[in-house]
Write a protein that binds this ligand. Structure first.
Ligand code: OAD
Length: 232
């Protein structure tokens, strides 16, 4: 089966009502990124960081996957082996049914032990608020998020997927955060690359830019890849 490798960013969840980071009114306009999403910020003020991610979890609970998430799942039934590599910490790809989702920057609904990063816990829907005092399974926990200044352990497996892609797709990312933005460099020469974004970043010549929102762009991509109209 042909491998479709899809790299998604905050833009794919925008139409689900989740704020992006760098658009006008985006999260980083209202919160100093180095306070709430960096390793140093976490060491300085862990309460603030917990509070920030508690708010993100509340917003995520109210959100539903949109047609772009659903159409990526639908391609799995159209002869494509679909791999989603997401910078997003939401779980909307999973809730839309995608079966192979890799999170580069962690997961909002999970926490991990501060003294053992291999111990990762899913938060219960009725206990989504955490503080530095929260103890699970005998461990203090922190958000299961890759903070700025921390390593991105899933990057290497992600590059292996990018190297195997028969078609590579980028959706809704400003391509400014590394190493995620570098994934494109691992795609083999000659492999078709599509980039769906209403306000796309500069990309190398040869990338097919679909200047559209994620849901409109995915409908177009669905047509291109299957020859059919999207039903979602
Ligand atoms: P950004 O906020 O940097 O970029 C959002 C992208 O989505 C922009 O290119 C927008 O044009 C696009 N966009 C906006 N609305 C859209 C829509 N309806 N459909 C499709 N695209 C739309 O978000 P990311 O590139 O994902 O990391 O940011 C990367 C990382 O920076 C995040 O994972 C996060 C952040 O700091 C961490 O916190 C570790």
């Amino acid at each position: 089966m042909k491998k479709l490798v899809v790299s998604t960013g905050a833009g794919i969840s925008a139409e689900s009502g989740i704020s992006t980071f760098r658009d006008a009114g985006g999260l980083w306009e209202n919160y100093p990124v180095m306070d709430v999403a960096s390793h140093d910020g976490y060491v300085r003020n862990p309460e603030l960081v917990h509070r920030f991610y508690n708010e993100r979890r509340k917003a995520l609970l109210k959100a539903q996957p949109n047609a772009a998430h659903r159409l990526l799942h639908a391609l799995e039934s159209e002869g494509w082996e679909v791999y989603v590599i997401t910078q997003n910490v939401d779980d909307l790809h999973e809730r839309a049914g995608s079966s192979r989702v890799m999170h580069l920057h962690g997961e909002l609904m999970k926490v991990r032990a501060t003294d053992d990063e291999t111990k990762v816990y899913e938060l219960r829907p009725d206990a989504l608020e955490t503080t530095p005092a929260t103890i699970i399974d005998g461990h203090h926990v922190r958000p299961h998020i890759v903070f700025f200044q921390e390593a991105v352990p899933m990057f290497e497996p992600a590059t292996a997927l990018a190297e195997e892609a028969d078609v590579f797709v980028i959706i809704g990312t400003s391509l400014v955060v590394y190493p995620a933005a570098a994934l494109l460099q691992y795609v083999r020469r000659g492999v078709p690359v599509y980039y769906i974004d209403p306000n796309p970043a500069q990309v190398p010549a040869g990338v097919h830019v679909i200047r559209a929102t994620a849901t409109e762009g995915m409908r177009e991509l669905f047509r291109i890849l299957t020859g059919k109209e999207a039903q979602k």
